[in-house]
Design a protein around this ligand. Structure first.
Ligand SMILES: Cc1cc2nc3c(=O)[nH]c(=O)nc-3n(C[C@H](O)[C@H](O)[C@H](O)COP(=O)(O)O)c2cc1C
Length: 340
């Protein structure tokens, strides 16, 4: 059984990563994952290198998504995006030299129009493996001993799957690991991640680890991918937003142990309140409530009163209102009972 993974000198044990997720994998969410345990490497949301450079030029400091990174526990990987070598290099250098992050991840997978179309970045770059290689090389040189990784999709469309070419470009340019999300850019999030296509990338790599990503929903599913596909690690996104305890379940299974029991509704509520307090401490009351509302929606998935709760929590405007709705509606039945 695969129990660890090396990215440069960085050892990930277990070989499981949290996915970069814009507007979701924020500082508070990362702290919740860390507290629950079981993640080999936690990754930030994608950070715009252009925003970093412009904000710096205007004397505004770091972009919001970078706040907290400085003092956050390591290991921590920070994902960045752009298509300009110099712009990427400037942010990468700050991350590697000043902030001492554990890894810098380059985004070559995002299909969102604002990134891929208007900024010709993210998955747009998959059409040009050479350009991907040039960007990886520039950033890897700037980061020196800090490993630089890349996250890609299978290709732009089903007719132009070229993940193997991109993988070779990443490795040849000094990349330290490659994550492949098993969809094409044109698929967005439709259909299913194709793990057969992810597996094909392995033989294109000689030296660096392959991390598979897409549609892992359960701890058993993660172990199954690690066992049955030639990947060195797995990355989990959406399932870790709804069930942030999935990582400790995977870690237990990989140790050959029975996973800890699913948190009770009351434990889930405690976790949500902890998440809420963390968001408020970072963003202040007003923005904190907005961000925490999104987390509340995720924590309530699968609960008997989930739909009604989501309806109400989506409309709260202040911290006291938030707390009142969590108190009254997160759990509907006997509040002394632990069963769902
Ligand atoms: C809300 C959301 C935000 C995302 N933001 C990013 C991002 O910032 N960078 C990135 O490389 N991928 C991003 N992704 C893609 C995920 O990292 C991951 O590749 C995808 O969700 C598939 O994995 P999953 O099925 O485990 O969720 C995002 C996905 C979601 C759902």
């Amino acid at each position: 059984m695969k129990t660890s993974l090396k990215i440069g000198e960085l050892v990930l044990s277990p070989p499981v990563l949290s996915a970069p997720m814009a507007d979701c994998a924020d500082w508070a969410q990362r702290e919740i994952w860390r507290r629950l345990g079981g993640v080999g490497l936690i990754e930030t949301e994608m950070i715009s290198a252009r925003a970093f450079v412009y904000m710096g030029a205007r004397g505004e400091g770091d972009p919001e998504r970078l706040r907290g990174v400085e003092s956050e526990p390591r290991p921590l990987s920070v994902q960045i995006w752009d298509n300009c070598p110099e712009t990427l290099e400037r942010l990468a250098r700050r991350l590697a030299r000043d902030l001492n992050v554990s890894a810098v991840d380059l985004n070559f997978g995002c299909p969102a129009p604002a990134i891929a179309k208007r900024s010709e970045s993210g998955s747009y770059l998959l059409r040009d493996p050479q350009k991907v290689g040039a960007l990886v090389e520039r950033v890897a040189n700037a980061c020196e001993s800090v490993p630089v990784t890349a996250k890609i999709r299978l290709g732009l469309t089903e007719d132009s799957i070229n993940a193997r070419d991109v993988a070779q470009a990443v490795e040849g340019a000094g990349g330290a690991a490659l994550t492949v999300h098993g969809r094409t850019a044109s698929q967005m999030y439709r259909g299913e991640a194709d793990w057969g296509e992810i597996a094909k990338v392995k033989s294109a790599l000689r030296r660096i680890p392959l991390i598979g990503n897409g549609d892992i929903k359960t701890a058993a599913g993660a172990v199954e991918r690690l066992e049955n596909y030639p990947v060195d690690g797995v990355m989990i996104g959406r399932a870790a937003l709804e069930r942030p305890w999935i990582f400790r379940e995977i870690a237990a299974l990989l140790r050959g142990e029975t996973p800890p029991p699913e948190p009770t509704p009351r434990e889930r509520r405690e976790l949500l309140l902890e998440h809420f307090r963390l968001e408020l401490s970072k963003f202040g009351d007003e923005l904190g409530v907005v961000v925490a509302r999104r987390a509340a929606v995720r924590y309530s998935k699968g609960l008997p009163n989930g739909r009604a709760f989501r309806d109400k929590i989506g409309r709260v405007r202040s911290a006291p209102e938030f707390l009142a709705v969590v108190e009254s509606d997160f759990i509907v039945d006997d509040p002394t009972s632990d069963s769902i």
